[in-house]
Write a protein that binds this ligand. Sequence first.
Ligand SMILES: [Zn+2]
Ligand SMILES: [Zn+2]
Length: 364
Amino acid sequence: MPTAVIMPAPHQPLETRACEMPALPPGGVLLETLFSEVCGTDVHLWHGRLAGVPYPIIPGHVSVGRIAAVCGTVKDIEGQPFREGDTVAFLDVHGSCGRCFYCTVAKATTRCPERRVYGITFSAGEGLHGGWATHITLKPGTRLLRLPAGLDPAAYIGGGCGLNTAFHAVERAAVAMADTVAVQGAGPVGLSCVAFARLRGAGTVICLGAPADRLELAREMGADVTIDITQRGVDERLREVRALTHGRGADVVIEATGQPGAVAEALHLVRDQGTVVIVGQYTDAGEITVNPHLDINKKHVDIRGCWGSDFSHFYKAIAMLGRHHRQIPWRRLAERQYGLADAQRALEDVAALRVPKAVIVPAP
Ligand SMILES: [Zn+2]
Ligand SMILES: [Zn+2]
């Protein structure tokens, strides 16, 4: 019988429950969960900071599993049928409509009003649609990918949701060969931004963050220089980045912190006519003051928001992971593992920033 962790409502203790084995609709897929994760979004869910969440929910929006059953024929993007035993990941976003203005005209499916997200916008009453469970049922039309041969599922979950988000952010930043890229934040998104900026050909990658062990990981992920924000004040950080760039500032700054103040700092760290991508402000953490003349207009700076990710980011991010996981230690981000019974502790450890990521291992 499947077991799932339920988040009944914001600020309420998690519960572990036995659930019915669901009947699969045609085109549906049943997974045995290998790994899921606790990310910052789950903390936001627990704090009630996301709108439109149909509590109670089974959290866990990015997961990897083994196919236990397929109802009918479900094919991958190349037309190959999925089989029982395949190790797969799936895009957490489901049901982008393909008909609305954003899907068809703007070609920005992350803004589709019909989109739903596993582990976030499905209620527990609708089925096993979150990853903190022994089994996940995937609805018809869910976009699955087989993991590339030789890719450890633990390395995939080490990248986790931050992998897609970071891929999108680095693509949106249009990092060019030899660029100096400053990444603000050393959480899972920031660390994968460091890796992808490096793979995209950045000349120098600077990571500004904390604590020291995450900065060490940032260097292993590809950062040339790390700046500990608990040891250096805002002015010192700016001086340091300018000293690395002949006084000009970084060509590209990627904000992946969740702190509104980091956006104001990004506008100082970037060079004139540089690019700032804001990916860390996933929930409303408040307002900041900027000087529009000095920081934006006169500086001729390009500021780009980056929300969610689509199938292309998922597809390409996994391809890059499959190619580079031996050199880049995504696997190390999956080191802190918790069973379903410890999901509460996992959530609290991520909320308190004691671990960059908590991996949920549902198998007993
Ligand atoms: Zn749509
Ligand atoms: Zn996430």
